[in-house]
Design a binder for this molecule. Structure first.
Ligand code: DGL
Length: 269
């Protein structure tokens, strides 16, 4: 069991921000990554469609024999994590709880104010808000940022790029007025915009929900005695174009490079 791979999935490339942290924390684990690039974005879709896609993604990873799953997608984690867990039958970690804990800790030493940035479906679900309230956070500012995912998937957002700054300012000026202590990047694509977001929210600490989830998964595998010490390979799968995936993936991965990508037909799962 220990030697089986960990499965990680997202609607596209954003989950690579979680994978990259997971590989840093657990370099001897084999990891299988699936990006549903053919059907991105999830964040503008209905909860029923998000659930259908999430269960197909989960079935694909299970068919590869994974020992645990990191749901590296804020939209899936906030809309149907329980359904993914029920199907999987192996340990499953989403991106909500770890980030909420870290944000609550920061806010408890300051003004008790946390902002959540996410896709429309994530913010609509209220899942981060619920987790933050359970952690005792008093003031929560929710902001859906639907343009961020297409921006990050299709563009190379530079910190000085005028169009990127205009879009980020449009979404975040009302958030900045409230000076949150911590801002949860509740979508795993958003860390690629961190330097621009940071410029517009200079008084807030930014939290990558995907990185927090990687830490949660490490803890869980340790607790259950499931850590591998003999692996370290990473396999990439996408429902979209292999070339697009490998060309763009490096922007999401700190030190890793993508040597090969396999395309699958996710409708078969
Ligand atoms: N990375 C996904 C998330 O964390 C992107 C959402 C989308 O596909 O719209 O929510």
């Amino acid at each position: 069991m220990k030697k089986l791979p960990i499965g990680v999935f997202d609607s596209g490339l954003g989950g690579l921000t979680a994978l990259s942290e997971l590989h840093k924390l657990l370099p001897d684990e084999d990891i299988i990554y699936f990006g549903d690039n053919a059907r991105i974005p999830y964040g503008t879709k209905s909860p029923e469609i998000i659930k259908k896609f999430a269960l197909q993604d989960t079935r694909f990873l299970l068919s590869e024999g994974v020992k645990a799953i990191l749901v590296a997608c804020g939209t899936v984690s906030s809309n149907c994590l329980d359904e993914v867990k029920a199907l999987a039958g192996v340990p499953v970690v989403g991106v909500i709880d770890g980030a909420a804990r870290v944000a609550a800790e920061i806010a408890s030493n300051k003004h008790g104010r946390v902002a959540v940035l996410g896709t429309s479906a994530t913010i609509k679900s209220g899942a981060f808000e619920q987790a933050l309230r359970a952690q005792g956070v008093r003031e929560i500012i929710n902001r859906a940022c639907p343009m961020f995912v297409p921006l990050v998937e299709n563009w190379h957002p530079d910190v000085d790029d005028a169009a990127t700054n205009a879009i980020v300012a449009e979404y975040l000026s009302s958030v900045g007025e409230k000076s949150p202590d911590a801002v949860i990047l509740g979508c795993t694509h958003y860390p690629l915009l961190a330097s621009v977001i940071g410029r517009h929210l200079p008084d807030s600490e930014l939290i990558s929900s995907g990185a927090c989830a990687a830490h949660e998964l490490k803890r869980l595998l340790e607790e259950r005695g499931l850590l591998n010490t003999e692996g370290g390979s990473i396999s990439y799968y996408t429902s979209g174009g292999e070339k697009m995936f490998s060309e763009n993936a490096s922007r999401f991965l700190d030190e890793l490079s993508v040597d090969s990508v396999t395309r699958i037909d996710i409708e078969n799962y």
